[in-house]
Design a binder for this molecule. Structure first.
Ligand SMILES: NC(=O)c1ccc[n+]([C@@H]2O[C@H](COP(=O)([O-])OP(=O)(O)OC[C@H]3O[C@@H](n4cnc5c(N)ncnc54)[C@H](O)[C@@H]3O)[C@@H](O)[C@H]2O)c1
Length: 457
């Protein structure tokens, strides 16, 4: 099948590459010339395990093309996936300008029936806006061409995006009940057939329910995280251990273990903005989503929790103090720095006069770019941050180590070496990677999230 992907970011590139891998001919469009140049020169603009090989293989086979040519992109695909960004607007709602611009381009250049697929995460009712934008362009051309707008939200996780796309738990597709909708449904069924060979994974529904499902899923996951973070803060006060509690409740099949880890807050390009956008949608319909407001407030608080622990331990004036930071990306296996808790921690400790040596296994380049932006109006503060090539380089003479991202490489470090390199053996662990009693036995002062700080007898 001939597919066009509009927006070659995390979702667009993974979708395009994976659909090409299955034998489709895919045209990936982006407005960002830099991204397209990287891809056309054999590179890849993001870090995503397994993606580079697929991109390379399919580009070489002629099934995957990258371009900024809008007219060619519309001409290519019978199916046009819109996978552009939907960042938060100032009022928290999803900014749909990129989605609508993509829709307008389709209306401007299409010459025959098209299935337009909203893959971006978009508020309920967006398909109507996409339809209206395309129709307006067609009307301006005096054209009566037919098309159908379908909702097919994406559930992949950054860091495991290829595996998630290739082996999805479910495929949600919303179509309408017009003749064009029926034609679009047949096209989508054919496109996703290879994913349903083992068993049917597609959930067919109306367009609005499909749009809503994506927000409901992210809101639920964010809720579980904030719930555990709030309980973790209480566990510290009442003398309980949140890790024991997590296992105690996760073993209940009605609850399950997933997304129950306490930590220093969720970040990334999805949960923060999607929770906000759903709240905003509710307000447009005169409803206040009380639970989600609390989820967001707890997360905002939690992103400061490592900074607070450091201040409690070392005092509010951190000048003369030096900290090692392991993990900058918002989660492991990605270089995505959007809304990463590490950025809040750095702002906090550098703002209090400290210096920091920071390290991430893959996000260094992106981290440098983002952190430089965060400190754009304070170059002196920025100069107090040293970007390190190795995890151990960051440790030298630090007053403490703070762990912000749970990369596998941080799970079993050489604690003896760590102790000799740090000025004082103190760890603030924002991801609960280690056991407090083991750390105490090693002579390390250990501050986890929702855990007790033990002292040796
Ligand atoms: N990143 C994730 O893990 C994830 C998962 C599921 C859903 N989503 C959703 O998918 C959408 C895309 O997210 P992302 O992380 O891939 O974003 P991204 O910022 O990585 O990529 C978006 C791309 O769209 C391009 N673009 C913008 N306007 C364009 C236009 N008119 N024509 C062509 N290209 C255009 C941008 O240059 C950019 O490269 C968002 O709605 C997001 O919420 C993201």
């Amino acid at each position: 099948m001939k597919i066009t992907i509009i927006g070659t970011g995390y979702v667009g590139l993974v979708t395009g590459a994976c659909l090409a891998e299955l034998g489709n001919t895919v045209f990936c469009l982006d407005v960002d010339q830099r991204k397209i140049d990287i891809l056309n020169n054999g590179g890849i603009p993001i870090h995503e395990p397994g993606l580079e090989e697929i991109v390379e293989r399919n580009r070489a086979a002629g099934r995957l093309t990258f371009s900024t040519d809008v007219a060619a992109s519309v001409a290519h695909g019978d199916v046009q996936f819109i996978a552009v960004g939907t960042p938060p607007d100032e009022d928290g709602s999803a900014d749909l300008q990129y989605v609508v611009a993509a829709a307008r381009n389709i209306g401007k250049y299409m010459t025959g029936f098209k299935v337009i697929v909203d893959k971006s995460t978009v508020p309920v009712g967006t398909a109507d806006k996409v339809r209206a934008a395309i129709q307006e362009e067609l009307d301006a051309r005096g054209s009566s061409m037919k098309f159908s707008v379908v909702s097919n939200p994406e559930f992949l996780k950054e860091g495991a995006a290829v595996a998630d796309f290739m082996r999805p738990d479910r495929i949600v597709i919303g179509c309408d009940h017009t003749p064009e909708g029926t034609q679009a449904q047949a096209t989508m069924r054919k496109l996703y057939l290879p994913f349903n060979r083992n068993h049917e994974r597609t959930l067919w529904m109306d367009v609005r329910s499909a749009e809503f499902t994506k927000y409901a899923a992210n809101a639920m996951l964010a809720t579980r995280i904030s719930f555990m973070n709030e309980l973790a803060n209480l566990a510290e006060r009442v003398g309980a251990d949140i890790e024991s509690v997590r296992q105690g409740i996760g073993s209940d099949p009605r609850i399950g273990y997933s997304f129950l880890y306490a930590g220093c807050g969720y970040g990334g390009s999805c949960f923060p903005k999607d929770v906000q956008a759903l709240e905003r949608t509710a307000r447009d319909y005169d409803q206040d989503l009380l639970i989600l407001r609390a989820v967001e407030a707890v997360n905002d608080h939690q992103k400061h929790v490592l900074g607070k622990k450091i201040v409690n331990r070392f005092g509010s004036d951190l000048s003369g103090r030096h900290f090692a930071i392991w993990g900058l990306a918002f989660k492991p296996n990605t270089d995505d720095m959007r809304e990463a808790p590490s950025r809040i921690l750095l702002k906090e400790i550098i703002g209090r006069g400290a210096t920091a040596a920071v390290y991430d296994p893959v996000a260094m380049e992106e981290a440098k770019r983002c952190i430089e932006l965060d400190f754009a109006d304070d170059k002196t503060a920025l100069s107090r941050i040293r970007f390190c090539a190795r995890a151990t380089d960051a440790l030298q003479d630090a007053d403490a180590l703070a762990i912000v991202t749970e990369w596998k490489a941080f799970r079993s470090p050489d604690f003896d070496q760590l102790k000799t390199m740090l000025k004082s053996p103190v760890i603030f662990d924002g991801r609960n990677l280690y056991e407090p009693d083991v750390m105490t036995d090693l002579g390390i002062e250990y501050h986890g999230i929702g855990r007790q700080v033990l002292t040796r007898a």
